[in-house]
Design a protein around this ligand. Structure first.
Ligand SMILES: *[C@@H]1O[C@H](CO)[C@@H](O)[C@H](O)[C@H]1NC(C)=O
Ligand SMILES: *[C@@H]1O[C@H](CO)[C@@H](O)[C@H](O)[C@H]1NC(C)=O
Ligand SMILES: *[C@@H]1O[C@H](CO)[C@@H](O)[C@H](O)[C@H]1NC(C)=O
Ligand SMILES: *[C@@H]1O[C@H](CO)[C@@H](O)[C@H](O)[C@H]1NC(C)=O
Length: 399
């Protein structure tokens, strides 16, 4: 036992961080498999198996001596008839539990998690001194460390900070004080939406009221996250982004910052770009570089992200499927604004099959292809749905 603790605490910080990440991945994975957290994490840490029986026995002994206290505190419904559909009353089967967990008594089902870091000692109930209400993620390479350092300082202690490292260089970040409390996930040459799909499952990020999923090349001099969220709440925005400094050759009118307002939700575009003033890119639209989602909006958007379409192109046009009415709940915050510096980063790390073309082209090509694929899948899925419902949508303008 003593040697275990010593060897554990004598590890380098970077190793501990890696273990934290490994554990976290284990939690996510275990969550899906319905495997309980302690078992998996202990396995992952490779503690000697001799340790296990004593832990298990004392744990079980403390907890389950005497009668079974059927306290359904964690889950909602106490009306017992719904719990038993089978005549074999000694077997637990709870249909209202999360899928796959029906054999567990609801009182033990912990269906959601978080990114709060815990201690290895002391009482679990006293581990957390704060529970940040917001989450911000940046997808980063070490080259942008200074910029991310500036950006993080615009987010108060009410934020959990999660960095996705696409260049494998995580150690150098530890020189920054805040980085020691951040969560680091490292996987080489992956995109923001790849990480988001894998590490931001709605049940994992459930404690956070708002989730920022941001690029690394944003200038935040005129931005304050708490002030931003005040405006988001005031104007009822479920999906939002800060306005973009206009003098940077922006593509879309909608995300351009306006000097005179707090928030805007509609815009005029070039003639013919919008079939309806309430659809993108004239309304119900933010870009994918710096989106902010409410918990409920993210629960929907996460499901729309495709596992194989990693660049997220086209997602911005489809976000409106997740909130209703979209032209009122999606908007751009003008009073807290950012500059898109447009520094090529991950885009330069692609590869192209064609000789003589820079890697960047291979990435751009894939972005466009993904956009088309996403649009087609969405249209196909919608048609299939309406057809299955016996509804004729052939005259619909829904893009
Ligand atoms: C609990 O069960 C009752 C009766 O089956 C049902 O009417 C009620 O909606 C349920 N409540 C929740 C929160 O699921
Ligand atoms: C439960 O018991 C009743 C009466 O003995 C029987 O008719 C029914 O099929 C049983 N149901 C199940 C799920 O075993
Ligand atoms: C953090 O949240 C608390 C509770 O909402 C609030 O009182 C506090 O002002 C926030 N911190 C900052 C820096 O805004
Ligand atoms: C669709 O449009 C065609 C021609 O304009 C019309 O004949 C048909 O009734 C319309 N169908 C529906 C479901 O509105």
């Amino acid at each position: 036992m003593g040697t275990i603790i010593r060897s554990f605490t004598s590890r380098k910080p970077s190793e501990i961080m890696r273990i934290i990440v490994t554990t976290f991945i284990g939690v996510v994975f275990g969550f899906f498999l319905g495997v309980s957290f302690p078992t998996l994490s202990i396995t992952k840490l490779n503690l000697p198996s001799g340790l296990l029986p004593s832990i298990d026995l004392s744990y079980i002994g403390d907890r389950y001596t005497g009668s079974y206290p059927w306290s359904f505190t964690k889950n909602n419904n106490r009306s017992s008839p719904r719990y038993r559909l089978s005549n074999d009353t000694s077997k637990i089967w709870v249909p209202s539990n999360p899928r796959g967990a029906e054999r567990l008594p609801p009182g033990i089902v912990d269906a959601e998690s978080d990114f709060y870091l815990r201690r290895l000692w002391g009482k679990p109930s006293e581990d957390l001194t704060t529970k940040p209400k917001y989450l911000v993620t940046f997808t980063v390479g070490l080259d942008q460390r200074d910029n991310i350092d500036k950006a993080v300082k615009k987010f108060s202690e009410n934020f959990t900070i999660l960095l996705f490292h696409y260049d494998g260089r995580t150690t150098e970040w530890e020189e920054l004080e805040w980085s020691k409390k951040a969560i680091h996930v490292s996987a080489r040459k992956q995109t923001k939406w790849w990480y988001a799909k894998r590490f931001l499952h709605p049940d994992i990020v459930a404690p956070y009221d708002y989730i920022f999923i941001w690029d690394e090349d944003l200038g935040v001099e005129h931005f304050d996250a708490e002030e931003y969220l005040k405006l988001v709440r005031k104007h009822g925005l479920d999906i939002s982004q800060p306005g973009l400094e206009p003098n940077k050759g922006l593509v879309w009118q909608m995300t351009k910052r306006r000097g005179e307002s707090e928030v805007h939700k509609v815009t005029e575009e070039k003639p013919g770009w919008c079939s309806d003033p309430h659809v993108p890119p004239c309304a119900a639209f933010v870009e994918i570089m710096a989106p902010v989602f409410s918990r409920d909006a993210w629960r929907c958007v996460w499901h729309m992200i495709q596992n194989d379409l990693v660049h997220g192109w086209g997602l911005d046009f489809a976000l409106r499927k997740c909130v209703e009415p979209a032209h009122e709940k999606i908007g751009v915050v003008d009073a807290q604004w950012i500059v898109h510096q447009g520094i090529p980063s991950l885009g330069n790390q692609g590869e192209t099959a064609e000789v003589g073309k820079p890697p960047r082209h291979g990435v751009k090509d894939r972005c466009r292809t993904e956009w088309t694929m996403f649009q087609n899948r969405l249209a196909y899925a919608e048609n299939a749905y309406y057809k299955s419902m016996g509804i004729d949508m052939s005259n619909s303008t829904s893009p």
